[in-house]
Design a protein around this ligand. Structure first.
Ligand code: ADP
Length: 267
């Protein structure tokens, strides 16, 4: 669509174009909310039939309908594996929808972030070493404690570490750090992986989005980063990426040092 500049500008300039852009953005947000709502309802409806199919496959596998030949067993186990994958997608997606809708009560506890990060990183040392990837951890001294839900926060850092390892070539390094930045405590997971092109950087936080071509290299659902963002926003925080193609990525999450009033502890 082309506008002549006089059609876009009023006599003070820019105002009319600004209103158009604003109206478009509201419209897009509304459409996105509707889309999410529909996917959420649809996913919810998938839950029961998938569980029922899984139940019948389990019965067949337990030979409740008679003995199975080797081939029948092999095919049924393959079906069971795919059903479990589908169940995982459904579970993760509904979980993200619930967090986004504020239906998950965070178990917020004020705690130092250092020991929690150390424990999470520790759990990744073996899988990283299997791929000859070294994880370094750098926690700034005297960080103030922050209010987080340990379980959900662990999910956030684990998803980011898992990706950093998954998308890095063997022999590379992953750096985890935590420091104060203004009103926030910022945790960064830096990798020396393939990096992410600027036009992909916002999309990767959308549910089910995977950068074209990724599927061939690594397994995954495209739900990890959507969960990261939803959980951080539920904490009154943020999640984003800074990256240059070919130079690796820095995934960052910020937790406010003072939890905003909208973030309610369930205790
Ligand atoms: P998944 O890893 O299961 O595909 P995510 O939501 O965690 O889903 O990530 C979405 C997409 O973002 C991935 O498919 C991949 O294309 C890209 N991505 C995520 N983390 C990284 C990373 N550290 N380096 C490069 N690309 C990444």
């Amino acid at each position: 669509i082309f506008f002549s500049s006089s059609a876009m500008l009023d006599d003070q300039g820019r105002m009319k174009a600004g209103i158009e852009v604003f109206r478009d953005a509201t419209e897009i947000k509304k459409l996105e909310a509707q889309k999410k709502n529909l996917i959420s309802l649809f996913t919810h409806d998938l839950k029961a039939p998938v569980a029922i199919v899984g139940g019948f496959v389990d019965r067949l596998l337990q030979e409740k309908a008679g003995p199975l030949t080797d081939k029948q067993g092999e095919y049924l186990r393959a079906i069971r594996k795919e059903i479990s994958r589908l169940e995982n997608y459904i579970h993760s997606f509904l979980d993200i929808s619930r967090i986004e809708a504020g239906q998950v009560e965070l178990q917020l506890e004020e705690q130092p972030i250092g020991p929690l990060l150390t424990e999470i990183v520790q759990g990744f040392r073996v899988p990283a070493a299997d791929k000859k990837i070294h994880i370094s951890l750098d926690i700034q001294d005297n960080l103030p404690p922050v209010k987080v839900d340990s379980l959900q926060f662990t999910r956030v850092i684990s998803n980011l570490l898992d990706n950093a390892i998954k998308y890095s070539a063997p022999g590379k390094e992953v750096r985890v750090s935590a420091r104060e930045e203004g009103e926030d405590l910022v945790i960064e997971i830096q990798d020396q992986g393939p990096g992410i092109a600027p036009d992909q950087q916002e999309h990767i936080f959308d549910a089910f989005y995977r950068i074209p071509g990724t599927r061939k290299k690594a397994g995954g659902s495209g739900l990890g980063l959507a969960a990261v963002r939803a959980i951080m926003e539920a904490h009154g925080g943020r999640a984003w990426v800074e990256s240059k193609e070919g130079e690796g990525s820095r995934f960052k999450v910020a937790v406010p040092k003072q939890a905003p009033p909208c973030v309610q502890s369930s205790r």
